[in-house]
Design a protein around this ligand. Structure first.
Ligand code: G3H
Length: 488
């Protein structure tokens, strides 16, 4: 276990003397199936005053755009981020291990998360170089000579989610930094210890006040920071409910730019001519990778009524072959869930569906280890039909007409992505035309996903605000300003 008392404010690593938050691992099911708490360590339970000091350091380093960092050239900032990335790569093994034990992510996927992050940083730095070249150019239009510059926005509050604690925190942190903003950085509660190995590199690679860390209980430290009105950009990836609360805290909503990646309940529509045997593997991956704890996971399936049983049968068979266990073991696919009380919530969804006439295959749990379940037939009124389960429960809805699936998507509070499985080109084209007006990515015969990271990543309705990706994020964390002069 590690006591991580250190945090970074204004370029100085300080030692926290106050109360700590204990971090327990979901990797806690023993060989004899008993569940024993596994204590991983602790991190500062910061108070409001310290969080505000961190904010003030970021405000000073920004200094209304006159700070050292916002005034550096793109090339100088690239060098600093590059140096930081090299230091981060030296700590790969430690960070991967923390991901495995803090959030129960299978080791191979934790490695992928790390490598995807460093690749994302490199692609981002290349995109900045490219952008810097184009903004140096002048254009002449109607006798006006103009240069377009990209300017940073100010102080950014970055908060990432537990399911990609490194990757999706850095998906906003890195572009915010490299565009010249100063940052207040709050790691997720599950996924906090993995930042210990990065603290010194953050202190040494960036000028004082450019990166400041805030730890602790979100509801204690974040609302005062937002209420101060000093945050210019809220970059938050997590639930729609928390995102709404945070935005509301800001006293001048029109002064705040929000870059939000929120909830989703992506639907898979299996069209009437679908060949179940050809799509079942992709459906399984879409629903159950990292235990369905991805905002992009397929969280509801619409299947033709006459193929419903066949789909459920094929899914059950594949589901039974998944290897269940602790995430440090080779080849394990279903692992314990880090959010407290999650197994009970998921079992509640299963029980609710069963009490309303659905059959459940699978389910049940040992502490945080929930066994995947498929529910059929799911219908309106069941919780699994409405709620974003964010876990390994798979609701399957039979339809008589595929338009019913479309109606569900139109009514949904979310609008991130959808998957369409089928062969008839005319029918696929019809549904694509409909879906592009409801979601932001339609996946043909394939699962929903964020990558590759150069693709724009966003959503409609309660799923997102702003767009992320290598290049979109650079736009999100900056503004195009013109210097224009009339030619004589
Ligand atoms: O949890 C939300 C993530 O953006 C999902 O990313 O599709 O690469 O797993 P992914």
């Amino acid at each position: 276990p590690t006591q991580q008392r250190r945090y970074l404010i204004d370029g100085r690593i300080e030692e926290w003397k106050g109360p700590m938050i204990d971090v327990y691992s979901p990797v806690c099911v023993q060989k004899d199936n008993s569940v024993e708490p596994v204590y991983l360590g602790s991190a500062p339970a910061m108070d409001e005053e310290t969080a505000m000091r961190a904010l003030d350091a970021a405000v000073r380093a920004w200094d209304r755009g006159n700070g050292l960092w916002p005034r550096l050239s793109a090339e100088q900032r690239i060098q600093a981020v590059h140096a930081f990335t090299k230091r981060m790569e030296e700590r790969r093994e430690e960070i991967v291990r923390w991901i495995v034990f803090e959030i129960g992510k299978p080791r191979s996927e934790a490695e992928k998360e790390f490598d995807r992050t460093t690749e994302y940083i490199r692609d981002t730095l290349n995109a900045v170089k490219e952008g810097a070249r184009s903004t140096a150019r002048f254009t002449v239009e109607q006798s006006i000579l103009a240069q377009i510059r990209r300017a940073p926005l100010g102080v950014v509050l970055c908060m990432g989610p537990f399911n990609y604690p490194l990757n999706e925190t850095f998906a906003t942190f890195i572009p915010a930094l490299v565009m010249g903003n100063t940052v207040l950085f709050k790691p997720p509660k599950n996924g906090i210890l993995l930042y210990g190995p990065l603290l010194e590199a953050m202190a040494e690679c960036f000028p004082p006040g450019v990166v400041n860390t805030v730890y602790g209980d979100g509801p204690v430290v974040i609302p005062p920071v937002m209420r101060s009105g000093k945050v210019d950009v809220l970059a938050f990836i997590g639930s729609s409910r928390v995102a709404d609360q945070l935005k509301k805290e800001h006293p001048h909503p029109h002064k705040l730019r929000a870059i939000l990646g929120m909830g989703a309940k992506n639907a898979a529509i299996l069209l009437p001519d679908v060949k179940i045997e050809s799509v079942i593997d992709e459906c399984l991956r879409g629903a159950l990778s990292y235990n369905g704890q991805r905002c992009t996971a397929l969280k509801i399936f619409f299947v033709p009524r006459d193929k419903g049983e066949q789909f459920v049968e094929a899914f059950r068979e594949k589901m039974a072959s998944l290897s269940v266990g602790m995430p440090y073991l080779d080849g394990v696919q279903i692992t314990p869930l880090p959010i407290e009380g999650k197994s009970q919530y998921l079992q509640g969804l299963v029980d609710d569906a069963v009490s309303q006439g659905a059959a459940a295959y699978g389910g049940g749990y040992l502490g945080p280890l929930f066994l995947p379940a498929i529910l059929y037939p799911v219908k309106k009124g069941m919780k699994a039909y409405e709620e974003e389960q964010f876990g390994p429960v798979v609701p399957v809805v039979p339809y008589d007409d595929p338009e019913e699936a479309l109606d569900w998507i139109v009514e949904s509070h979310y609008g991130q992505q959808a998957s369409l499985f089928g062969e008839d080109p005319a029918q696929v084209a019809h549904f694509v035309d409909e879906l592009v007006h409801q979601v932001c990515r339609v996946n043909l015969n394939s699962q929903c996903q964020r990558g590759p990271d150069v693709f724009p990543f966003t959503g409609r309705k309660g799923s997102a605000e702003g767009t992320l990706s290598v290049s979109d994020a650079l736009r999100a964390f900056s503004i195009r300003t013109l210097v224009a002069a009339k030619e004589n």
